[in-house]
Design a protein around this ligand. Structure first.
Ligand SMILES: [Zn+2]
Length: 426
């Protein structure tokens, strides 16, 4: 639907007029060190967000992840959800941001929890990932209200915990409780940092596995009396390099993602260890064990079953063709791929909004890592979900993390326009 230009102008003017408030609020959140692990100061941050949402005319409550092991008296897992109902409950647009941050780490030249604002940047741990995103969601909704525009549908905004450790007491919890669910939620925008002109429409699947080869120890001067597990791992690695890697490179997802390399299936050898420790005291022995860890990123089109079967087949072939090759395969982690479906209204809307605000097309991208999208898709059953928000993804988890004020203002406008579209402003 088309939003009247006069409405958009009023809303954008309200966003600009609120710039200082937005900067101050982001800095205020940064000063609450919601470090995860262990999950510090969640209640304080949830309440800061909740009080501001109340001031913005939202009905607010604080869902606590009762019963989860990580919800403890010293580190309660408190989320915050605000609902501002329009003329009807639906369409309902839910904007989500996690307020936990990773530890500051070393190498900072500014106080990571000081909320310093300098040269058009807001500094601090969590500025980009993703307290600025929470501010953007809140002020996008508020700018619409300040512009005197009433919505047909509703806006819901949540601040959730624990995204950095899997999101089980956060977005997964809200989805399990039905707070975010297909029966009430029409679209979800996760305001993670996407560099203001990218739209994340999911991620590839992740399959981490460990392969162990076992040989037979013998004297190193008579290797023919033993079986070398490292040589056998070499057989497997050689097959991966000669056969599997080219096959993976030839597979391209239909998901229109950037960077181009992320359109292919990939495999990385994360680590390998075999035989005696190379830095220890040397003894002449045939290596009787070798272990390697692999990170396979698979495409939605491949699926997990076929991905794993291909690895098993490769290992079986090596065992068949190599006398005495014995292996074990152990699954370490599986994350299934998520992908926003073609034609999703939230994608089409954000494409229009980014074009309108930034004057250039949005780039559809797959996230390099996984994030709370998977819970929205798999538990809540809401495939109409994307990530879009202010901040620079490359700065996430780095020292001297910052978000530019310009990014914050621009993406707040983008979000406001999409809220208007998706809730059918009246
Ligand atoms: Zn994040």
């Amino acid at each position: 639907m088309t939003i009247p230009a006069s409405q958009l102008e009023r809303v954008f003017a309200e966003v600009e007029a609120a710039t200082q408030e937005m900067v101050d609020f982001t800095a205020e959140m940064i000063r609450i060190p919601t470090v995860n692990p262990p999950g510090d100061a969640y209640v304080e941050c949830a309440q800061l967000i909740g009080e501001r949402l109340e001031a913005f005319d939202f009905a607010v409550d604080y869902p606590v992840a009762e019963g989860r092991a990580e919800h403890t008296p010293t580190h309660p897992r408190m989320n915050v959800v605000g609902l501002r109902q329009g003329h009807s409950l639906r369409p309902l647009v839910h904007l989500n941001g996690h307020f936990d941050v990773v530890p500051a780490g070393a190498g900072w030249t500014v106080d990571p929890f000081g909320g310093l604002v300098r040269d058009g940047r807001i500094y601090g741990r969590g500025s980009s990932d993703m307290k600025a995103g929470i501010t953007a969601a809140m002020y996008a909704a508020e700018a619409i209200r300040r512009a005197g525009i009433s919505l047909h549908g509703s806006v819901e905004i949540s601040g959730t915990v624990d995204e950095e450790s899997g999101g089980f007491a956060g977005m997964a919890w809200l989805a399990e409780q039905g707070r975010v669910s297909a029966s009430r939620t029409d679209a979800v925008i996760i305001t993670e940092p996407t560099d203001t002109d990218r739209l994340y429409i999911g991620h590839r699947g992740v399959y981490w596995f460990e392969v162990t080869t076992r040989g037979r120890i013998a004297h190193g001067s008579m290797p023919f009396l033993g079986t070398n597990a490292i040589e056998h791992m070499g057989v497997i690695l050689d097959d991966i390099r000669r056969r599997l890697m080219p096959a993976l490179q030839a597979r391209t997802t239909a998901v229109p993602v950037k960077p181009d390399g992320a359109r292919h299936a990939t495999l990385n050898i994360n680590g390998i260890a075999g035989g005696q420790p190379v830095d220890g005291i040397q003894t002449p022995c045939v290596a009787d064990i070798c272990r390697a860890i692999f990170d396979r990123r698979f495409l939605a089109e491949e699926g997990f079953e076929a991905t794993r079967a291909e690895i098993v087949e490769l290992l079986e072939r090596a065992a068949r063709e190599t006398p005495e090759l014995v292996y074990e395969l152990r699954d370490l982690m599986v994350v299934h791929p998520v992908r926003t479906p073609d034609g999703a209204s939230v994608v089409a809307s954000l494409e229009r909004s980014v074009q309108q605000v930034l004057g250039r097309p949005v780039m559809l991208a797959a996230s390099p890592g996984t994030y709370d999208h998977k819970h929205v898709d798999r538990i809540a059953g809401v495939p109409n979900c994307v990530a879009y928000g202010p901040g620079i993804l490359d700065l996430a988890h780095q020292p001297d993390e910052y978000c530019t004020i310009d990014d914050l203002v621009q993406s707040t406008k983008v979000l406001a326009m999409s809220i208007l579209e998706l809730t059918h402003s009246l």
